[in-house]
Design a protein around this ligand. Structure first.
Ligand code: F6R
Length: 282
C-alpha cells in the first residue's frame, strides 16, 4: 500500500499531520461524526473567539449545527465574536425564500446561537450584478481575515460547494450551472418538484475553499461512498472537485461506516486515527 507522503509546513516549524494527506476519520454513526466536528469547531472558537467559520448547507451538516447549539446552550462555546460565511447560494431565490441558503443558515445555526447581527454572510444570489456580488463576497472573506475552518458536504458527483465537475481547481466565487444530478438530488428540498430547483448558483470556488485554514468534509450513508473514495484515493481532477482536498495541508474527512465502505485503505485510516496523538485533535 502506498500512501502520499506527509505534508510538513514550509517553515518546517511544525508537523501537524500524520502519514496521510487527507485524514480520514471513520465514525460509527452520523451522530458521532457530527459531535466530532462540533467539538473541533468549539475548540477553535475557544482558542480563537474571533474565528471565521465556513458554513455549508444541505442535509449533511445539520447534526453539527445541532451539536453546536447544544454546546452553546450548555455554555461551552460562544459565537459572539465569530463570523460565518456560507459556501454557496441559489441564484434567483429571494433571500427570504425558505430554501435560499441564506435562510437555511439563519434557521439552522445563525439565529440559534449568539452570532452578532450581520456577522453571517452569504453570496447574494438575488443581486442584479452577479459578477460584482461574487467579487464582493471574495473581498468580504479576505477582509474578515480568511476562513479558519470550512465545513463541507460532498455531492454524489464529487461537488464541493456547488463546484460541479469541470470546475477549475483555482476558481473563486462565481456563478455556476447545476448538473441535472444535483438538481434531482436537491429536489427533495423543493417539494420533489425539479422545476422549482434553480438552475444556477453562486459558489465559493475550489480555490476559495482551498484558502481556508482547515477543511472538514463530512459524508454519511452509502450513496456518498463512491464520492468519498474518489475524494480521498482517486487522482486529483477537476472532474471530481472534492479531490482538491488532497492539495490542502489540513483536510479532514469524517465519514460513517457506510460512506467509508468503498475506501481501499479503510482499515489503515481507522488504525491511524486510533493511534493518533490525542493532542493533535482533528
Ligand atoms: C451546500 C453544499 C453542497 C452540499 C452537497 C451535499 O452548501 O455546499 O456541496 O454539501 O450537495 O448535499 P447534502 O448534504 O444534502 O447531501
Amino acid at each position: 500500500m502506498t500512501l502520499a507522503p506527509e505534508i510538513v509546513s514550509l517553515t518546517g516549524t511544525h508537523c501537524r499531520r500524520v502519514e496521510v494527506v487527507v485524514e480520514v476519520v471513520v465514525v460509527p454513526s452520523k451522530n458521532d461524526g457530527s459531535e466530532l466536528a462540533g467539538g473541533a469547531i468549539a475548540d477553535l472558537l475557544n482558542r480563537k473567539p474571533t474565528a471565521v467559520l465556513g458554513l455549508a448547507t444541505g442535509s449533511t451538516p445539520l447534526g453539527v449545527y445541532d451539536d453546536l447549539v447544544r454546546r452553546y446552550e450548555a455554555g461551552e462555546v460562544s459565537f459572539a465574536q465569530a463570523k460565518g460565511f456560507a459556501l454557496d447560494e441559489y441564484v434567483g431565490l429571494p433571500p427570504n425564500h425558505p430554501e435560499s441558503y441564506r435562510a437555511v443558515i439563519k434557521r439552522e445555526i445563525a439565529e440559534r446561537v449568539d452570532f452578532a447581527p450581520d456577522s453571517v454572510h452569504g453570496p447574494d444570489g438575488w443581486a442584479s450584478d452577479i459578477p460584482a456580488a461574487c467579487a464582493a463576497y471574495e473581498e468580504a472573506i479576505v477582509a474578515a481575515g480568511g476562513i479558519d475552518l470550512q465545513i463541507l458536504g460532498v455531492g454524489t458527483d464529487g461537488h464541493i460547494g456547488f463546484n460541479e465537475p469541470i470546475s477549475s481547481l483555482a476558481s473563486l466565487t462565481r456563478i455556476k450551472t447545476l448538473t441535472e444530478q444535483t438538481r434531482e438530488d436537491n429536489a427533495r428540498f423543493f417539494d420533489d418538484d425539479l422545476a422549482q430547483v434553480p438552475t444556477h448558483v453562486l459558489t465559493q470556488g475550489v480555490g476559495t475553499i482551498l484558502r481556508a485554514g482547515h477543511l472538514v468534509l463530512l459524508a454519511w450513508g452509502e450513496n456518498k461512498a463512491e464520492a468519498v473514495r474518489d475524494t480521498v484515493e482517486g487522482p486529483i481532477t477537476s472532474m471530481i472537485p472534492s479531490t482538491a482536498l488532497q492539495l490542502h495541508p489540513h483536510a479532514t474527512v469524517v465519514v460513517d461506516e457506510a460512506a467509508a465502505s468503498a475506501l481501499a485503505n479503510r482499515d489503515h485510516y481507522k488504525w491511524t486515527y486510533a493511534n493518533k496523538p490525542a493532542w493533535q485533535g482533528i
